[in-house]
Ligand binder design. Structure first.
Ligand SMILES: [Zn+2]
Length: 412
């Protein structure tokens, strides 16, 4: 826990921990004309958004501007967000046929938002389709399944998801599934089971990107060994800066990069800031109190839980009971990941509408600040474009190429 400091002191503290140059470069929120021009002429891709949960009650219209949450069409347009992976997510504890059914309901909910906003959204399944949507002035809507438990240990279900447009699958969520260990579960499979390895092979063949966010380090290395296509960490940050099992070690980022993959940096304050993480650990009663209040306000409504969790966390920050984390922490993680794994291997995976956002990155309208900060930190325009989206599109195209190649080969 720490009390609020004046901004000048905060900057000094950041200088000690992260280097004065970066802090000085990104402390201003004003966006240069050059950054705006660059940002709005780049394809900006976000690989992880939980907005899907809001679609489920049938009342949320992505076409209108909302005062809560982080994502809707007007705010994506204002922030220059061109391609978004809507997460298909249910908690790990829901398994079996119910998990499959609920995933299918969410896939349909995403497709329905696209159907009802044909001028603004285009359902995309390839890198080329994202490029076409961009040229037509539409936002590319893509889908990723967050948690292998939703296939119910059945490759037919995986194929069905792929045929409906799902283009990545996170191997686990926060609990182990039947065939892979999670970073936040007690290991039971020592990584991937034999069936888990078959899942990776089938994902390669179908052109579904292997996503290793949430998985245990051993699962990551098992998947890396099996996958013939580059993988992604759709929403993970750097463990060297914030030591949580959900983040990636420097070595993991290097090894992901060596295979052509990309880590998309997560904006969740508990993954960005060691100070926040320490405060959470030192005061477990705060998270418990938040969870209880969320349950009281929302019951089992996941969309409500995600938004209220964020709101309540901010109330604790305002009361000085949790540290205030600023958006420049995202830049620190991007910069670290680039130094470790190279500028071709880093992207953006916000976790908007599913996590606690830092101050100054409350919604999609704030995204141009990232381009501005990277330019001010000395990144070239070409490198900024790579981080904003080109790296992710390259992985998609490569996964598609591997899929075509494997599809031509007879099955063993
Ligand atoms: Zn997640």
């Amino acid at each position: 826990m720490r009390i609020e400091m004046p901004r000048s002191l905060l900057t000094t503290a950041l200088c000690v921990s992260a280097g004065c140059l970066l802090a000085a470069a990104v402390k201003s929120d004003a966006i240069s004309a050059r950054a705006k021009k660059l940002h709005f002429s780049s394809i900006v891709v976000d690989t992880h958004d939980d907005t899907t949960q809001r679609f489920l009650d049938g009342k949320f219209d992505i076409g209108g501007r909302h005062s809560d949450g982080s994502i809707d069409v007007p705010r994506m347009r204002e922030g220059g967000l061109d391609a978004i992976f809507f997460s298909i997510w249910i908690p790990s504890k829901i398994t079996g046929q119910e998990a499959v059914n609920r995933a299918l309901t969410q896939i349909d909910a995403v497709r329905e938002q696209v159907r009802t906003h044909p001028k603004d959204l285009a359902l995309c399944t390839t890198a080329a389709e994202v490029g076409t949507a961009y040229k037509q002035g539409k936002i590319a809507a893509l889908m990723g399944v967050e948690g292998g438990h939703m296939i119910n240990s059945d490759l037919d279900v995986l194929r069905k998801f792929a045929s409906l447009g799902v283009r990545y699958m996170t191997l686990t969520h926060s609990g182990n599934d039947e065939w892979a260990d999670s970073s936040t579960g007690k290991p039971t499979h020592n990584g991937l089971t034999d069936f888990g390895k078959d899942v990776i092979r089938e994902m390669n063949r179908l052109g579904v990107i292997v996503d290793i966010s949430h998985v245990s380090d051993k699962t990551f290395y098992d998947a890396l060994e099996i996958s013939k296509a580059p993988m992604i960490a759709s929403h993970s940050s750097c463990r060297a800066i914030c030591d949580v099992p959900r983040n990636m070690t420097d070595q993991m980022m290097k090894d992901l990069a060596a295979n052509g993959g990309v880590v998309q940096i997560n904006y969740h304050v508990g993954f960005l800031s060691q100070e926040f993480r320490n405060a959470e650990k030192a005061n477990p009663e705060i998270n418990k109190a938040i969870a209880e209040e969320v349950q009281r306000r929302c019951g089992d409504n996941e969309a409500c839980q995600l938004l209220e969790g964020d709101r309540l966390t901010r109330e604790y920050v305002e009361q000085g009971k949790l540290p205030r984390v600023g958006w420049t922490k995202i830049i620190e993680h991007i910069d670290h990941a680039v130094k470790v794994s190279g500028v071709d291997h880093v992207g953006l995976g916000s976790d908007f509408d599913g996590a606690n956002m830092p101050y100054g990155m409350e919604d999609a309208t704030k995204l141009p600040k990232i381009s501005d900060a990277l330019l001010k930190s000395g990144y070239s325009e070409g490198d900024v474009k790579k981080i904003l989206g080109e790296n992710t599109l390259r992985v998609m195209a490569e996964v598609e190429r591997v899929s075509r190649e494997l599809s031509r080969q007879p099955q063993k």
